[in-house]
Each structure stands twice: as C-alpha cells, then as structure tokens.
Design a protein around this ligand. Sequence first.
Ligand SMILES: [Zn+2]
Length: 183
Amino acid sequence: MSMTDAGHPALAFLNTVTDDGKTRAANSFADGEGLLAQLVAAGAVPRGLPVPGGRQMATALALREAGYAVLSAMAAGRKPGREEALTLEAAIKGALQDASFAFGARGMTVVPGPLGGLVDHLALALHDLLRRDDLDRLRECRRCTHLFLDHGRGRGRRWCAMARCGNRAKAEAFRARHRAVTG
Ligand SMILES: [Zn+2]
C-alpha cells in the first residue's frame, strides 16, 4: 500500500487498514514492529522509538479509530460523535501537557516530552493535521475508509489511490454495465 498519497503523516496513520470496504477490520500490519515501520516510513514518528507492546498498541489503535471517526465526519460535513471527539481531545491534551515547545524563526515546534512514546507522537501529528488551513480539502475514499487531502483540480479525486481502489471500482462498474447489456 502507498502511505504517501494521503497528504499528511497523521492521515497515513489513520489509513493503516487494508479492507477495501468500510469495515476497518483488517490492519495493514501484523504486529507492533510492523506498525512502527509503516509510521516511520510515512514520517509520522521518528526512528528509534521502542516497538509498542500490547497496551501501547491498544491505546494507539483506539486513538486511530477515534481520529478516523472525527476526520471522517469532518470530511462528510457531519458533526463528529461526542465519544470519539473526547477520546481524541484527551489524547492531544495529554501529549501537549508533557510536550516541549521550541521557539524558532519559523514559529513554534512541539515535540513530545522525554517520556512521550508512540501515542504522544501520533496525537501531536493529529494535532498538527487538525490545525491545517486546507482541511476543507479532506476527502474519504468512495470505496474504503482511507482519508486524503485532495489538492487536484476539476471534479476532484474520488479514490485513495487508483491502484488500490480506483481500478477495482472501474472494473466493477464495467462488469455491471456488461451484465446489463448481455442480460
Ligand atoms: Zn480506497
């Protein structure tokens, strides 16, 4: 799968599911090591973090699903569910509480505190995403639950990636037309 097409590292984190419908039942990784490798490749977390264990994985995946629920609602112009919004809010507040701020020529940089682990990095990545001024370009794939920032012109992008969902959707539409013609 491509982790770079989404437009923001936090979206790559939310997109770590592989089912091609709306179930979000299948992960794109087999274990903590696999998830960490994908997040590093996407630029969502730095290299060198410890491999997340069971409890950290559960917290990270709860954050992923809360983040997806909120951003999916935003992409559809719906109000997010209260429980998911509160989960996301608590994770971001917790990460900011322990974070270090650096003030430079380009503004303020927020980095997780010395005890901040994987989940803090992910919460701060989501915080960064949620403060972008191009979130009105946020879209959800018509076929799966992957989210992306659509900066294309014209009718707009409908699929997370042509190779993942676009081609299959087109093949299905073709087969449906063919069935309609041949009866
Ligand atoms: Zn898709």
